[in-house]
Design a protein around this ligand. Structure first.
Ligand code: 5GP
Length: 207
């Protein structure tokens, strides 16, 4: 299982969607959210539901992981990939922490924006208001700080094609290691450098 997390994605989809378009083995989960669909956002970016529907799914133990992020609920339905496929998730830090607990073998890849200014520009570009952008930057700084402690690798999303290629390279190195490939996991640029896996529980709600 591969997990993209952190503030560098600027919205669901771009790096993850490109990755699955290029790599037919990867199986991208579609999350549920109680957030309203943004103008221009594809209808299949999420399964958009109301809070009672989401909570009923929580009660039915239908989520692999779920979290509240800036007042909205987001969750990964229990993955059901076809045989031979590898699951890819694109989630927030709290979700990544939950995945680390239940699947210690999952590969967690922290996606960072190049800078706070660039992240703000991207959020502005998709129509977010200034109050939300400020909240999102605060949450993003926290996600980066704690994310570095649990990440197996870090990718800076300067540009989507480059970030996708970097993630694809990391995926390939972990696959090669799983096949018993010699030096596949020697740290390289873009790698967190063999970080151990503490799982801090001190992330405030909504971060
Ligand atoms: P956005 O509202 O910009 O689409 O997403 C807000 C945050 O929620 C992003 O960090 C995104 O990765 C995260 N997110 C999206 N889907 C899920 C999910 O299923 N679970 C969790 N924990 N976070 C998610």
């Amino acid at each position: 299982m591969f997990v993209l997390f952190g503030p560098g994605g600027a919205g669901k989809g771009t790096v993850a969607a490109r990755l699955v378009a290029e790599d037919p083995v990867l199986w991208l989960s579609r999350s549920w959210t109680t957030r309203k669909r943004r103008p221009g956002e594809p209808a299949d970016a999420y399964v958009f539901v109301d809070r009672p529907t989401f909570e009923a799914q929580v009660d039915a133990r239908g989520f692999f992981e779920w979290a509240e992020f800036l007042g909205n609920l987001y969750g990964t339905p229990i993955p059901q990939p076809e045989p031979g496929r590898e699951v890819l998730l694109e989630i927030d830090l709290q979700g990544a922490q939950q995945v680390r607990r239940v699947r210690p073998d999952a590969i967690l890849i922290l996606l960072k924006p190049p800078s706070a200014d660039e992240q703000a520009a991207r959020l502005r570009g998709r129509g977010d208001d200034e109050a939300h952008i400020a909240e999102r930057l605060r949450a993003g700084a926290q996600e980066e700080r704690i994310g570095l402690l649990i990440a197996d690798a870090v990718v800076v999303n300067h540009e989507v094609a480059q970030a996708t290629a970097d993630v694809a390279g990391i995926v390939e190195r972990y696959r090669s290691a799983a096949r018993g490939g010699g030096d596949a996991l020697r740290p390289t640029v873009g790698d967190a450098g063999g970080a151990s896996h503490p799982t801090p529980d001190d992330v405030p709600e909504g971060s």
